[in-house]
Design a protein around this ligand. Structure first.
Ligand code: UFG
Length: 328
């Protein structure tokens, strides 16, 4: 079985490529290396450097390779940046996906699994979040992902192209041997920032607001371990291979941790003090996002295996200690 992984040099994509290869799949990676790292791509993957918006390039890849299914991670994914540059997000995420779907249709490739996001829900009224709740994105990033879901729905309707949209909550951690991990520039995510502070690379963690309507006043998120998240993609591929209908699943660990709880857990894992100070709220941050992953459990038979937050942080810590400058 041969799988095309779009965005296979990114944080999540590189873990997917690694797990697919270890499970015996043939893997073709496409990445423009705008945010991805060539060093993170498994040596047994076939790599094509190029942009998914370049139709001729994408057609070349489909011509040269046998492709049984696609996993699509290639997207811009920073909420704050998307508010400032919405057109960049619609171009890369929506237009890029359109090209992929056009080429899939042309070459008769029927199955696609892709990364969607909890940001499609906006600020939900009830917790935990289930897939049937209304979608009301509050930023262009979430909107672009919702548009991608809808494009796929209509391509299924017209061409019988089937998809699984996986709505991620907060993806965290690194491969347990610390060989691949999270390396963004600029880094905006909580766990890497906490750990860079523990390493002395930052002076302090800025906590974005402690006046939210939560027990300690800081935002609550649902952290899901990267390797568990990837296992859900492989389960989704199997699900489509077996001829099941297109579907949407939340991927989270069903437990919420506040920013202060994450900081405390990281202090215990690292044994470092990790200075922190409270800053104003960051624009567009919902106070609380916790998933119900019951649907993924009942239909994909998926359940996160690593749910202890300290164990997840420990994998990220091992990565940061071993790669203090990331892939550089
Ligand atoms: N935070 C801080 N200080 C920091 C960084 C983050 O206090 O320096 C807080 C944020 O305010 C938030 C929490 O830590 O409350 C987690 O922030 P992240 O940036 O790590 O993650 P987000 O929840 O903002 O974003 C994640 C994904 C997005 C996705 C979003 C869905 O990274 O791709 O969830 O809401 F869109």
């Amino acid at each position: 079985m041969s799988i095309l992984v779009l965005g296979g040099a990114g944080y999540i994509g590189s873990h997917a490529v690694d797990q697919l290869i270890n499970k015996g799949y043939e893997v073709i990676v496409v990445d423009n290396l705008q945010t991805g790292h060539k060093q993170s791509i498994h040596e047994n993957a076939t790599f094509y450097q190029g942009d998914i918006r370049d139709k001729e390039f994408v057609q070349e890849v489909f011509k040269k390779e046998t492709i049984n299914g696609v996993i699509h991670f290639a997207a811009s994914s920073l909420v704050g940046e998307s508010v400032e540059k919405p057109l960049v997000y619609f171009n890369n995420n929506v237009h890029g996906t359109q090209i992929i779907l056009e080429v899939m249709e042309e070459f008769g490739v029927k199955n696609i699994v892709f990364s969607s996001t909890a940001a499609t829900y906006g600020e939900p009224k009830e917790m935990p979040i289930v897939e049937t709740m209304p979608t009301n994105p509050e930023n262009p990033y979430g909107e672009s992902k919702l548009m991608m879901e809808k494009m796929m729905k209509w391509c299924d309707n017209a061409y019988g192209m089937r998809y699984v949209a996986l709505r991620y909550f907060n993806v965290a951690g690194a491969k347990s041997d610390a060989s691949i991990g999270e390396d963004h520039d600029p880094e905006t995510h909580l766990i890497p920032i906490i750990l860079q502070t523990a390493l002395g690379q930052r002076e302090y963690l800025g906590i974005y607001g402690d006046d939210y309507d939560t027990p300690d006043g800081t935002c609550i998120r649902d952290y899901v371990y990267i390797e568990d998240l990837i296992a859900a993609h492989i389960a989704a591929l199997d699900y489509l291979e077996k001829g099941n209908e297109s579907n949407i699943f939340n991927l989270g660990s069903n437990t919420g941790y506040s920013v202060k709880e994450m900081l405390e857990a990281a202090r215990e894992v690292t044994g470092k003090e990790i200075p922190a100070k409270v800053l104003p709220r960051r624009l567009g941050d919902p106070s609380k996002l916790v998933a119900s992953s019951d649907k993924a459990k009942s239909i994909l038979d998926w359940q996160p295996q690593v749910t202890d937050i300290k164990q997840i942080i420990k994998t990220a810590w091992d990565w940061h200690v071993n790669h203090p400058k990331g892939y550089e």
